[in-house]
Design a protein. Structure first.
Ligand code: COA
Length: 343
């Protein structure tokens, strides 16, 4: 006689955060240093963005170098040297082809692991986190290293004061493992979205198939990052607020349940507007933008690592992550911060 089938399917596997790390290049550039060559000032930059300094990778340092630094620390903090997949969120890969993640995996001693890049500009880390959680839920991986790393300075027009003062370089990483949805550290539901109809708001025009290689170098301005700051500001507030509210609803959390809002570090004023719109007191926003600027796909894991190191994120704390970026793209998730020995 055959064994009867179980009447209930097993609960889906959750992805549990089990390690965090980050890496910054050694050189910090202050607002005053930028103001020496741009028509700007420390007072303007601080009051309009919250930024005091940012780190800049020297020539010769690539995104993969920062990614390896952050990834190694996250693996160490997770207590495991091994994962099944390495996902790298970046807007600034080492080169157009191949993806940067396989080289990062190899340098971390993870040859053989699945490895791919995720491209969603400042939302990249949230998208990669969802992708890693999906690999675990599908049983395709038991452990995943998710890295956000950028050398955004390589895209910036040094004479464009509207972008040169905002962005910085750096990397952050987390390790996910298969676990139970009720465990501390388990990632909650995700809310992800995009609106490609507004892609022109954040662009680098050259370097892809739209402007093909033709033997004539592309115009210099087309190789630089361009952004319509004011319009992006409005979209960032609207999209992150809506996404955060949506994910809270799906998780069954109220705004007052959130102990820490760790949002994409785009602009301190954006973070505060999002907190106000969702109903989270501003004092519950973690921000490290003053010290690192906007590091695009690296910003959320960098902030998580710093908040953890500073003792802001403690076991049991309820954390809301939300991001917005070029594409346009946005995403949010929630988690309860894990125990002391595993983050
Ligand atoms: N220093 C001094 N003045 C500056 C400046 C700078 N670095 N950058 C812009 N200005 C000037 C503008 O030229 C403008 O001058 P004008 O009034 O004479 O025309 C004035 O400041 C106001 O410009 P505006 O663009 O309206 O400023 P803002 O308050 O919107 O701030 C940003 C500009 C870029 C800081 C802001 O729009 C922003 O943060 N946007 C989102 C950026 C972002 O996070 N992008 C990443 C994607 S998530």
């Amino acid at each position: 006689m055959s064994t009867p089938l179980p009447s209930h399917p097993p609960p889906p596997r959750a992805a549990v955060l089990t390690g965090v790390g980050s890496c910054l290049p050694p050189t910090a550039v202050t607002n005053d240093e930028l103001a020496e060559r741009l028509d700007s000032s420390d007072a303007w930059i601080r009051s309009r963005t919250g930024i005091r300094r940012r780190y800049v990778a020297s020539p010769g340092t690539a995104t993969s170098d920062l990614a390896v630094g952050a990834g190694a620390k996250a693996l160490k903090s997770s207590g495991t040297p091994d994962v099944d997949a390495v996902l790298l969120a970046t807007t600034t890969p080492d080169r157009p082809c191949p993806a940067t993640a396989p080289a990062v995996a190899a340098r971390l001693g993870l040859t053989g692991a699945a490895a791919y890049d995720v491209s969603a500009v400042c939302t990249g880390f949230l998208y990669a986190l969802a992708s890693g959680a999906g690999l675990i839920a599908a049983g395709a991986a038991d452990r995943v290293l998710v890295i956000g790393a950028e050398t955004f300075s390589t895209l910036l027009d040094p004479d464009d004061r509207s972008t040169a003062v905002i962005f910085g370089d750096g990397a952050g990483a987390v390790v996910l493992r298969a676990g139970d949805a009720a465990e501390p550290g388990a990632l909650g539901p995700f809310d992800l979205g995009s609106d490609g109809g507004r892609e022109e708001l954040i662009t680098v025009a050259a370097g892809g198939s739209r402007q093909r290689l033709s033997g004539v170098p592309p115009a210099t301005r087309d190789q630089y990052f361009a952004m319509e700051g004011k319009e992006v500001f409005r979209h960032a507030v609207r999209r992150m607020s809506a996404s955060a509210r949506s994910v809270l609803g799906r998780a069954g959390w109220r705004a007052e349940d959130v102990d820490h809002l760790v949002g994409h570090q785009a602009n301190l004023r954006i973070t505060h507007h999002v907190a106000d719109a969702v109903g989270i007191p501003r004092r519950r926003c973690f921000s490290n933008i003053a010290e690192v600027g906007n590091t695009a796909a690296a910003s959320i894991p960098l902030a998580l690592d710093q908040a953890h190191a500073d003792g802001v994120l403690t076991p049991g704390g309820r954390v809301l992550l939300t991001a917005f970026g070029g594409g346009l793209t946005w995403g949010s998730t929630v988690l309860t911060w894990p125990g002391p020995d595993r983050a």
